[in-house]
Design a protein. Sequence first.
Length: 434
Amino acid sequence: MLLTAEEARAIGEKVLGMVTADDAIVNVGHSREALTRLANNSIVHNVFTECRSISVSVAYGGRKGRAGCDSLEEADLKAMVTRAEEVARVVPPDPEYLPSLGPQDYLPVQAHFRATAEMDADERARLAMQLIGPARAAGYELAGTVETSESAHAILTKNGCFGYHPRTGAEVGCTVTAPDSTGWARDVTVDIARIDAGALARAAVRQARDSAAPQAVEPGKYTVVLMPAAAAELAEYLVWWAEARTTQEGLTYLSERLGAQLAGDSITIYSDPQDPRMPGCPFNHEGTPRARTTWVDRGRFGQLWWDRWTAQKAGVDQVPDPSTVTMAGGNKTAAELIATVERGILVTHFWYVRTVKADETIVTGMTRDGTFLIENGEIKHGVKNMRFNESCLGMLQRTVAVGEPGSCVDGELLPGLFPPIVVTDWNFVSASDF
């Protein structure tokens, strides 16, 4: 069973009772993860892992030390505290040291669902067969995963702060391979009941079927319809780079433009720990409360996230880093967005996205699994994958239409919920060999 709030508190208090340092922060974690892996239209792998983690950060004045372990045995906990205190006694003082937080008020967050936590191998196999069925019927091969998890994170400080956050996670996705084309679909949630595995498989099969015999198109600038996973992959960088310290040092895209209207009125990006589709942890690793935060408000980039020391130095309230991110959507379906494009490219998702120049928000990457040519508002045929060089900020600045939010995504940076978007002048620079 997952550690309860009472059990996590008891562990943390036991560790704090061993501390002789002036100050301390204890983090207690417990996770249970299960995975069913599919390949060649068969279940090939079942895994279940469980782990507990405890860490303590101590301080003598400004001298800090940290240690961790994965055991709840008293001797191991004592050894962990001793290691942290030995380090703290010999390191130079940290000029940015702040005492740990006292008692805090956290938003109530519903992120733990019993059906997800209790899903067993048989039930995962049932979902796996819902993925396999459409691919097998089409004569294609499917690979994918059905994943469930539950976790708990607790934080305690010597000054009286206590936070506890239980959550579940579910991720179901697949790649469907046809003779010369592929399709892809994935959904992420906290409640497994929200995922329709059969619908995901059918979407991937349609992509593979409709992109058969893909044709090469010339590199250049195109209008693109980016599906939610593709839009999220780049837009999340803009929130991740909106960090106060580096922005104040002149190193981010917002260093000279914070508060400016940098995109159209249709662009709003926010984080909300209480979002029912994509709830987040109501506190960060220091115990600072998280609240709903709007990073981009109708095109205005007016919010940074702050660590405690930088916020105090600047004389502002701390806004902690987000744990999830959401982009507000419109009411048009992806099909309705496609119908507005005279000639362009539909992108299902990107892969191998890498930063080229962070202060200019430039990244590079490739399309993958379900790339199509659009002509006269209709999908014409599959397109061979291409590499792009693009500005994440430029993507939002050139967004001319926003659809309704689709499946949640577990992005490279943060879990998120994003709509499909239409972007003009997307820069494809070359064909891809993949």
